[in-house]
Design a protein around this ligand. Structure first.
Ligand SMILES: [Zn+2]
Length: 332
């Protein structure tokens, strides 16, 4: 019987099972660290870097030391930590040389981005679509999460900088690498148990995945451009403006997403004020364009709507009318 199976589905995971797994991971070269029992957050340090006094916490005596630096493969330290409390088990993916592909189920009430409507309803289905366009994923160490997600562990290739990503591979797919961690079996959080579903040795990360993670962000392959029916009724010039703005929102990268949405809302707000399209249509188009960012948790639906409304109010101060250029006169 494995340590993971020793975890009773109904009860607490015994310290011994957590300790045995922690030692097993360490023997594989995976750096582990304790999580607050029942939660997903690191148990230490208990203070953020900017509140470090270098005295209260022994590990910070020579400068603030975060969870990644504290993660270890040392059996002595691991045994001491997990003998004292039933800490959850975190694996620091950075020092472990791992890249974990994390597929999730959609949050209740989450909006499906336009490009995935009718194609996928979960991160697993999005990943299947990617696989269909590339190559199969090799068998690898795999974990089921209590929220219905899946963690696939891969060996990170040398010579490529790979950090954490959210939604970069696709809707509901995150990756954890340098600077990241995963909650590992047999941790039980308040939402449930993490369980190993494949004990296969971690496979090298497929090159096509590394390429998608390092190359320019692209729309999902084979995605037909969806044209909102409402948009068919507006003139070509307005339509071009709308498509330009919504494309910029869709393609906005981390850190610029909310700003891109605001700028686009200002631009469309000007067109609404000029009578080129309705406020309802403009709002729907902008929220649709932002759906991928909501799925990637850059902001919530409510925050996206607030940004759209605020931008459109700003745009309304400068109404814009688009006058089509005169048609070419054809020689008779
Ligand atoms: Zn500190």
């Amino acid at each position: 019987m494995t340590a993971t199976n020793a975890a009773n589905a109904a009860g607490q995971v015994p310290n011994g099972a957590l300790l045995a797994s922690a030692l097993e991971y360490a023997a594989r070269g995976w750096a582990v660290f304790p999580l607050i029992p029942g939660g997903k957050r690191p148990a230490a340090p208990r203070h953020p870097a900017h509140e470090c006094d270098r005295r209260t916490d022994f590990w910070c005596r020579n400068g603030h030391t975060g969870w990644q630096e504290r993660a270890t493969t040392d059996p002595g330290r691991i045994t001491r930590a997990w003998s004292s409390r039933p800490y959850g088990l975190g694996i620091a993916t950075g020092p472990s040389g791992l890249l974990v592909i994390d597929t999730d189920a959609p949050k209740p009430g989450a909006r499906t981005p336009a490009e995935w409507q009718g194609r996928a309803t979960s991160g697993e289905e999005v990943l299947s679509a990617l696989v269909a366009d590339h190559e199969p994923l090799p068998d690898t160490w795999t974990v089921r999460t209590p929220s219905g997600g899946t963690h696939r562990y891969y060996l990170r290739p040398d010579g490529v900088e790979l950090g954490n990503t959210a939604g970069r591979l696709g809707w509901l797919i995150d990756t954890r690498a340098a600077g990241g961690y995963v909650v590992a079996p047999p941790t039980r959080t308040n939402t449930g148990l993490y369980e190993v579903t494949s004990y296969a040795a971690p496979a090298p990360l497929p090159a096509w995945v590394a390429d998608l993670l390092t190359g320019p962000a692209a729309p999902p392959p084979g995605t037909p451009r969806t044209v909102t029916p409402d948009l068919d009724r507006v003139t070509g010039y307005v339509r071009a403006a709308v498509e330009g703005e919504t494309t910029r929102v869709r393609q906005a990268t981390e850190g610029t997403r909310n700003h891109a949405l605001f700028i686009a809302a200002v631009a469309l707000g000007q067109l609404v004020a000029g009578g080129a399209l309705t406020e309802t249509t403009a709002t729907a188009l902008l929220l649709d364009a932002a759906a991928g960012h909501v799925a990637a948790r850059a902001f919530t639906d409510a925050e996206a709507l607030a940004t759209v409304r605020s931008g459109m109010r700003r745009g309304a101060n400068n109404p814009r009318t688009i006058t089509p250029r005169p048609a070419h006169h054809r020689a008779a």
